[in-house]
Design a protein around this ligand. Sequence first.
Ligand SMILES: Nc1nc2c(ncn2[C@@H]2O[C@H](COP(=O)(O)OP(=O)(O)O)[C@@H](O)[C@H]2O)c(=O)[nH]1
Ligand SMILES: [Mg+2]
Length: 227
Amino acid sequence: MLPRNGITREEIIRITETIRENNLHKEELNFKIIVIGDFGVGKTSIIGRFTEGQFSSHYKITIGADFAVKTLEWDENTRINLHVWDIAGHERFGSLLSVFYRHAVAAAIVFDLTRPETFESVDKWLIDLRRKLQLPGGKSLPIIILANKGDVTVSTVPKNIDDYCKNNDILAWYITSAKNDINIDEAMIKLTRAALANYRGFKCSLLLTEDIISLNDAPVNREKQCC
Ligand SMILES: Nc1nc2c(ncn2[C@@H]2O[C@H](COP(=O)(O)OP(=O)(O)O)[C@@H](O)[C@H]2O)c(=O)[nH]1
Ligand SMILES: [Mg+2]
């Protein structure tokens, strides 16, 4: 067989097969993460930065509910496809259709440091989110707050933001910049880690329930490792 760029066809097939085999054992998870907040705070830019590694200063209004996917090779056993959902011009109402929230496992609420009044809206978004999205098993939804456009100013960070997060069961908050790529990956990884812990905890409690049911059916001594 003729070599192509120095690699034979057989070698290409062998390498492809090795990659396929290496990946077969991986658990593949699909997580929906939603990004909410007022119009113009930088949601679409943050999602673009995280999923495409790009920033465009050309103003582009998001049309229709939209999402972008980013695949994370989380560890040697786990691949996570993050479906990051963007809202679609309904920001002005501060309330979204339940279908947008459905099956989400985590959320980022964004405000704009150059318009401190957008922090006031965070509460409105949080109320809408909690009203329309409950995780199975009563788990707490991982939520982070992103104080965006930190490249322009940080003097407007709300003084009460730590207390706000503590009092409202918010996982963490970050000063971000979609423009200068500050803290976006860190924030999204933190959110994903919490969603994964929830998911594993949920699977674990399902396994335990199965155990209880089957133990009731047929009491046998056995050990089962969970998570
Ligand atoms: N300086 C700066 N501008 C940003 C940043 N993120 C977004 N923008 C700009 O803010 C405007 C609104 O951003 P966009 O992502 O469309 O906001 P959305 O309505 O929340 O989706 C656009 O002109 C962006 O270029 C940032 O981190 N820094
Ligand atoms: Mg947008």
